[in-house]
Structure formats: C-alpha cells, structure tokens
Design a binder for this molecule. Structure first.
Ligand code: NAP
Length: 270
C-alpha cells in the first residue's frame, strides 16, 4: 500500500509561487474558538508568504444586507486584491448571495458562480482549493484518471461538485454519491478511485472497496481529540493500493492552493 502524503505536493505548489505584492481581506463572522484557531493558522501562512491582510471582524448577527454592503465596499477598494470569507456562514446569510456578490476577480475561494461556471466550460479559473488539491495530488503521484471509474462521495458546492467536474474534464467516468444514494456500497465497490468528502468519521470500510482501489480521504473529523478521516484507515489499509493519510493528506495541499489562489488573482485576469 502506498501512502499518498500531501506535504511534498504542498511544497511543490509553494515552490512555484511568484511572490508578487498582494493584499487580501479576511472576513470573519464566527467567534467560535475552533474556527478562530483555524483562522490564526491560516493567517500565519499568509504572513509567511508576505501576503498583506486586513481582518474584517464582523458581528455574527450582522444582517445579510449589511454583510453584502461590506462585500460591495471590498469589491470597490483598489488596495484589496482578494476576499477570503471564513466559513461556515451563519444560517441567516445565504452563501449563494455572498459568493455571487464577490467580484470574480477577488474570489480567492473560487465560489463565485462565474468561476464555478468556467469549470463547466473547462476553462482556466480560480478553483475551490480542496477540489483542486485532489487534482494536484493525483498529478503529483502520476495517477491517471482518464477512463477510470471515479466515485466521489459528497456533493458540496465547495468540494464534491467542483471536484467531480474537474475530474470529468480529465476524462474520468464519474459517479457522485450523497446522503440519498441507495446502496452506497454497490457504487463504491465499482471505484478504481474512491474520493470521500462527507464529514463522517471512519465511515468508509474495506467492504465499500474493491481490492487495489486508490482512496482519497478528504474528511477531517475530530474524535477524542484526534483527527480522523471519513475512511477507516486501519480497516482498509490492506485492501487499497494507495491512500491519503488524515491528517497530512489533502489538508496541507488545500492550504497551499489557497495561498496560490491569492497570487493568481493578481497575476492573471481570468
Ligand atoms: N482536507 C481539507 O482541506 C478539507 C477541506 C474542506 C472540507 N474538508 C472535510 O471534508 C468533509 C466534507 O466537507 P464538506 O464541506 O463537503 O461537507 P458538507 O457540505 O457537509 O457536505 C457533505 C456531503 O456528504 C454527503 N453525505 C453525508 N453523509 C453521507 C453518507 N452517509 N453517505 C453519502 N453521502 C453523505 C452529503 O449529502 P447531501 O448533499 O445529500 O446532504 C453532502 O453532499 C468534512 O469532513 C470537512 O471537514 C476537508
């Protein structure tokens, strides 16, 4: 079994970054401790790559209208190249409205409908970082997807949907599964490559996989102060031909792509 470590892939992405002057706005609404810690680690990374940032610390009860006004102001500011919105958004703020409002030219997370639409057309664009991280990992380890049966479990707008399209663009045959999929095992057993992003700790077992499958585990779940993926690593390790670890798989690559996206917004007018 080959372990598909994310660290060398992230290093490769960092090495190709051209550190031009960039300033971004980091919009924060939640005051939840785990999110704050996550933001702090991201901000450390921004500093490491000389990305100037301005924190826009908003009250989590801000109305949707007021929030959209903040985005309008950031869109107009010439000194701000990119807008990063910490997720998840509170329930009373519509994610679609927010990302539709961010200028596609300042959309670090690639969630504006224009950028997502460019994936449909198979045109270069700012791509949601986790989806792109999977493609980078497959490329790095020379895992060919053309003609392969790829099963993506999870259909979120940030991960499963854009990832499925990216792999379709690379000529994979895609099956997308979700919480309403009947007989998940029947689908996943068919996978040459299984990709899981559901947020359910250790959910995928050996019985879900065919022998020799390649497994990409995107899940990040915390149990008993330990981070585990969506795939039960111990249960599947003797049946898979390759698998990403959690932590240390897709996570570090996702961070690297976010950093790269900040520079891409300035470098390219897509
Ligand atoms: N490694 C990284 O850098 C990174 C980045 C982002 C996310 N993540 C992790 O990836 C996981 C997914 O994140 P997300 O934002 O995509 O989550 P999400 O928005 O909650 O979406 C979860 C998806 O999984 C599906 N699902 C849930 N339970 C299922 C089940 N039992 N069988 C089949 N499908 C099921 C849901 O189906 P429905 O659509 O039917 O509800 C939904 O499409 C989380 O653990 C998250 O922490 C990791």
């Amino acid at each position: 079994m080959k372990l598909l470590n994310g660290k060398p892939v992230a290093e490769l992405i960092y090495s190709r970054i051209n550190q031009i002057p960039v300033k971004i706005a980091v919009v924060i609404l939640t005051k939840e401790q785990s999110t704050i810690l996550y933001i702090q680690s991201k901000i450390k990374k921004f500093s490491q790559f000389n990305i100037n940032y301005e924190i826009i610390d908003l009250n989590e009860n801000i109305s949707e209208e007021e929030f959209l006004k903040v985005i309008d102001e950031l869109n107009l500011r010439l000194d701000i190249n990119g807008i990063f919105i910490e997720m998840p958004l509170p329930n009373h703020i519509d994610q679609f409205k927010v990302f539709s409002r961010i200028s596609p030219r300042k959309d670090i997370e690639g969630l504006n409908p224009y950028n997502l639409g460019r994936i449909l057309y198979n045109k270069e664009c700012i791509v949601p970082s986790t989806a792109r991280a999977v493609v980078e990992l497959l490329d790095y380890y020379n895992i060919e997807v053309e003609g392969k049966n790829v099963v993506v479990v999870g259909r979120s707008i940030t991960v499963g949907k854009p990832l499925s399209l990216l792999l379709l663009n690379k000529n994979a045959t895609i099956t997308i599964c979700h919480s309403k999929t009947k007989d998940l095992k029947d689908m996943t057993k068919n996978a040459d490559i299984l990709i899981c992003a559901i947020g359910k700790p250790n959910y995928i077992k050996a019985e879900h996989l065919k022998k020799g499958a390649i497994v990409i585990d995107i899940g990040i779940n915390c149990i008993d102060n330990k981070v585990v993926g969506d795939v039960d690593f111990e249960d599947v390790k003797n049946i898979v031909s390759a698998i990403t670890p959690v932590p240390g798989g897709i996570g570090p690559i996702t961070t690297a792509i976010t950093i790269e996206n900040c520079f891409k917004l300035v470098e390219k007018s897509l």
